[in-house]
Design a protein around this ligand. Structure first.
Ligand code: FES
Length: 213
């Protein structure tokens, strides 16, 4: 069964093996496996979904039904930096539409699209749980609260100019944020290295020094 992913990196094969061993019922491993498959293929491609289906003995369509329901599983390649602008009610009342427009203008792409050079993708999303700090955005799922129009434009410039390899919420909040929903408490040492949700054990976070890509 593991032969279907023998072309994956050894690291991701080991992740898949460990996930499969954690679930008494194989199909329960669908989402974490799809996550690792997305790391391997850069997104939840058709090939990735077929491989996961074979690993847990269900049909590709069953995997696809999960991948299409959860919007954090991307079904096409996205940019190095994914800008997610919350447009739900609290953010909407605090200028989220204008923030989205500023991000679109500064990046040069509309929501749902990726720049030609593959550097930036823009999307609008439902509530990201930071309503008290509205309007809120995320970059590669790292949060910035209380962003302004000027700061939204500055954020895009900063990403393009400095090309950070690790994105830290605390740093971005300091540079581009405003009103926060609550005191975040201790500093989060790990940051996101890719435009996939940042789950440390699955390899999309890193606490190492930042630098150019
Ligand atoms: S409405 Fe935007 S974070 Fe909740």
């Amino acid at each position: 069964m593991m032969s279907v992913i023998s072309h994956w990196s050894l690291e991701n094969q080991e992740r898949a093996r460990s996930i499969l061993a954690s679930y008494p019922v194989k199909r329960s491993a669908l989402m974490p496996l799809l996550y690792v498959a997305s790391l391997e293929h850069e997104y939840a491609s058709l090939e990735a979904m077929c491989e996961v289906a074979e690993l847990i003995d269900i049909t590709p369509v069953q995997v696809q039904s999960v991948a299409t329901f959860y919007t954090m599983f991307k079904r096409e390649k996205i940019g190095d930096y994914l800008i997610s602008v919350c447009t739900s009610i609290s953010c909407h009342l605090n200028g989220a539409d204008e923030v989205l427009a500023a991000v679109e203008e500064a990046s040069g792409v509309a929501s749902g699209e990726t720049t030609d050079d593959g550097s930036v993708s823009v999307e609008h999303v439902e509530c990201i749980g930071a309503c008290g700090g509205a309007p809120a955005v995320q970059v590669n799922y790292e949060l910035i609260e209380g962003i302004t129009l000027d700061k939204a434009e500055a954020l895009i410039d900063w990403l393009r100019d400095t090309k950070p390899t690790v994105l830290l919420a605390d740093e971005m909040q300091q540079l581009f944020g405003g009103q926060r929903s609550f005191d975040w408490g201790s500093t989060e040492p790990q940051g996101a290295t890719r435009p996939v949700p940042a789950f440390g054990p699955y390899g999309s976070t890193n606490g190492s020094a930042r630098g150019g890509r």
